[in-house]
Design a binder for this molecule. Structure first.
Ligand code: BJ8
Length: 428
């Protein structure tokens, strides 16, 4: 279908069609310039090119069709929202984090300027009526992670039904476990009330399986990037991770496994992208919500591949699985807590687990250095960079901290810093 044919659907969703057109054109151009000009891409990326070309079209139509069939769509902004419970209630979850500069002026008509761009971006998509995912949601689920997010959810509630989960910040205490488990149970009830479906053990087990399979496929793709030359660019791998928050789960898993098959074959044949004599960089820090391709594109424009992402749009999402130890509903819910409290977001304190994970990952992926991404005004990731830097130094892995937003003003300055950083690195 063409954009013209989708216009009626977008109108019914309440989008500002004029602004939305500008956004789509900018997205198509940015994608063409960054992704389609890459050399020697895996054939399996063709599927993801198609998905992105239809990201506001076919996929939204699927969601709208589900809504017409009485199913619910849930929007989330953080990995801590247990998607297994959403799917167990026969609802669909989509990620709503914003990665575009485009929506920030709309956000700034309401919010203060000096807050994180990710938060401003998603809020701007809602107030500017330019995101069909946001407008498809029957409910959005926030969480008490960073200050910017939790306060913005209060304001967002004036625009859309918003539910907030309380996420404890000290994770390794009995009190924290009790609070978190009770929040998971409350969320289960919330899903049951919204959908009218009681979550039974079998549906939850099936949802756990569904999401675990998706994460295993993503981990397979990620694992192939340990090879030198890396079989896929960091940009393409990032895109796969970003699409995991939008695409139909079964189809995404199938296509990601097919991509992993191809990448494993490439590794066996010694086929890759980029020059294996160059250093390899690992990315760490704040998430890069779609269409934030800024740092990856800058780094890879210098001829240096990004080989891993320690990020929520990356390893923090797919590394751990929900692994129930028993068959009761309580065991299933405890397994969900167990997996989710292991996502080491910088909002936790203390957060030594993340520091260890970053160092381990840099070694596993043979990274010559780490580029640490801080989104402007993200205090948690910014301050945690001190400990990460210290631990990486001790392990002999240099780190470059880049604090940036979604604008293009600092692109050349970052490129110069990345070039200077990689010049002093030796290939691993
Ligand atoms: S689990 S990283 S998705 S909270 S970048 S909005 S922290 S000021 S996105 Fe996150 Fe969940 Fe943590 Fe992951 Fe705030 Fe920082 Fe902005 Fe952030």
């Amino acid at each position: 279908m063409t954009n013209q044919q989708y216009a009626e659907m977008w109108k019914d969703l309440g989008l500002n069609l004029e602004k939305h057109d500008v956004l789509l054109n900018a997205l198509a151009k940015g994608y063409g310039d960054l992704f389609m000009t890459q050399k020697n891409r895996p054939a399996g990326m063709g599927y993801f090119d198609f998905v992105i070309s239809e990201v506001h079209g076919l996929r939204i139509k699927e969601l709208v069709d589900r809504k017409k069939a009485g199913k619910k769509i849930i929007g989330a902004f953080c990995l801590y929202v247990p998607e297994e419970l959403v799917y167990a209630a026969d609802a669909t979850m989509v990620g709503l984090c914003g990665g575009a500069d485009f929506s920030i002026p709309d956000a700034e008509t309401v919010l203060p300027r000096n807050i994180c761009p990710l938060v401003k971006s998603f809020f701007g998509f809602k107030v500017g009526a330019t995101c069909p995912y946001f407008n498809s949601c029957d409910m959005v689920v926030g969480e008490t992670t960073c200050d910017a997010k939790k306060k913005v959810y209060e304001v967002l509630a004036d625009y859309t039904p918003t539910y907030v989960m309380e996420i404890p910040h000290k994770v390794d205490t009995e009190q924290s476990k009790a609070l978190w488990l009770s929040e998971i149970k409350l969320f289960k009830q919330q899903m049951e009330t919204l959908t009218g479906n009681v979550i039974e053990k079998d549906s939850l087990k099936e949802a756990i399986r569904l999401i675990n399979e998706k994460k295993k496929a993503m981990k397979r793709v990620s694992d192939t990037r340990r090879a030198s030359p890396t079989p896929i660019s960091g940009l393409d791998a990032l895109l796969v991770n970003q699409m995991s928050f939008y695409d139909d789960v079964n189809r995404f898993t199938l296509k990601t496994n097919e991509l992993a098959d191809e990448l494993e074959k490439r590794n066996a044949d010694g086929v890759g992208v980029g020059d294996p004599s160059k250093p390899r960089l690992m990315f760490s820090g704040c998430p890069m919500a779609i269409p934030n391709w800024k740092l990856h594109s800058i780094i890879e424009s210098t001829g240096v591949p990004v080989v891993a992402e320690e990020s929520c749009i990356g390893s923090r999402y797919f590394t751990d699985l929900v692994e129930p130890k028993g068959d009761s509903m309580d065991s299933l819910l405890e397994a969900i807590w167990d997996r989710y409290h292991n996502i080491s977001c910088a909002c936790f304190t203390p957060n030594d687990d993340r520091v260890t994970k970053v160092v381990d990952m840099a070694k596993e992926y043979n990274a010559s250095g780490v580029v640490y991404n801080v989104l402007q005004y993200c205090h948690t990731y910014n301050i945690e960079a001190i400990k990460v830097d210290k631990a990486l130094k001790k392990a002999g892995v240099p780190m470059l901290k880049v604090e940036t937003d979604y604008g293009s003003e600092d692109v050349e300055q970052i490129r110069t810093r990345v070039e200077a950083f990689t010049e002093m690195l030796s290939p691993v």
